[in-house]
Write a protein that binds this ligand. Structure first.
Ligand SMILES: Cc1cc2nc3c(=O)[nH]c(=O)nc-3n(C[C@H](O)[C@H](O)[C@H](O)COP(=O)(O)O)c2cc1C
Length: 220
């Protein structure tokens, strides 16, 4: 499976098997995280065997089973676009994890910040976590907004690369599946703007990564 196939195969998984992440897979993830930190200035961390971070009392949304591992999205509080960068690099790791046979779920709200074992320096901020492990199942495809609410370019006028990008953007995970982003084509370049509301900057980074990986074109 490559990254483009992973975009299609990935869905949020909240129920995991008790099996640990195999050592060689863990090493690959750790190496990728180190490379992402080097490139981005973020302080992403893989934390294993920490079920407490997922323990909170809530309704049905965000209830996790056998979730033991996560990637903590941490970065310098004054880093410009910290949330967007966290989304972008987090999604790179999420899709790579999928190619390695793992399942994931972004978690911005339904986890215990207080119990999170990530190292968060005084000048850093914990943006969110991403559950990672071997899923009980592969998850299900989310519902989409109508295309017209996400993009103002008629399908017939879309260049192939742009169409591939839009399709992948729509497959991206967003907080509460809100899909609050808008894609336009300006001077031959894709421009993605976030909507208003909580976590839309984080969503923006995730959506941009999917768009770029599927289209092969950088977006603004
Ligand atoms: C930034 C962000 C925050 C999220 N926060 C939570 C959360 O707190 N709890 C949860 O169970 N799912 C959370 N999710 C998962 C979304 O509900 C899920 O991605 C969305 O419904 C789309 O489904 P999919 O990931 O299967 O495509 C979050 C997703 C994103 C991108």
């Amino acid at each position: 499976m490559d990254i483009k196939e992973a975009i299609i195969a990935r869905h949020s998984v909240r129920r995991y098997r008790t099996d640990p992440i195999p050592a060689e897979v863990r090493d690959q993830l750790t190496a990728l995280i180190a490379a992402c930190n080097e490139e981005s200035g973020l302080h992403l961390q893989l934390i294993v065997d920490d079920p407490d971070c997922f323990k909170i009392l809530l309704g049905h949304y965000g209830m996790f089973k056998n979730a033991n591992n996560y990637i903590a999205v941490v970065g310098p509080a004054d880093l410009p676009d910290l949330d967007e960068k966290g989304g972008y690099y987090g999604q790179k790791i999420v899709l790579t994890a999928q190619t390695l046979g793992l399942n994931t779920c972004w978690i911005g709200g339904t986890y215990s910040r207080g119990k999170c074992k990530a190292a968060v320096g005084e000048d850093e901020r914990l943006v969110c976590i991403i559950a990672v492990g071997i899923g009980e199942n592969a998850g299900v495809r989310h519902k989409d907004k109508p295309l017209g609410k996400i993009c103002d370019v008629p399908v017939a006028e879309m260049p192939t690369w742009f169409k591939n990008g839009v399709k992948a953007a729509m497959m991206a995970p967003t907080a509460m599946n809100q899909q609050k982003f808008f894609i336009s084509l300006k001077d031959g370049e894709a421009v993605i703007t976030p909507g208003r509301g909580a976590m839309t900057r984080l969503d923006l980074g995730i959506v941009k990564f999917n768009f770029e990986a599927a289209s092969g074109h950088k977006c603004r």
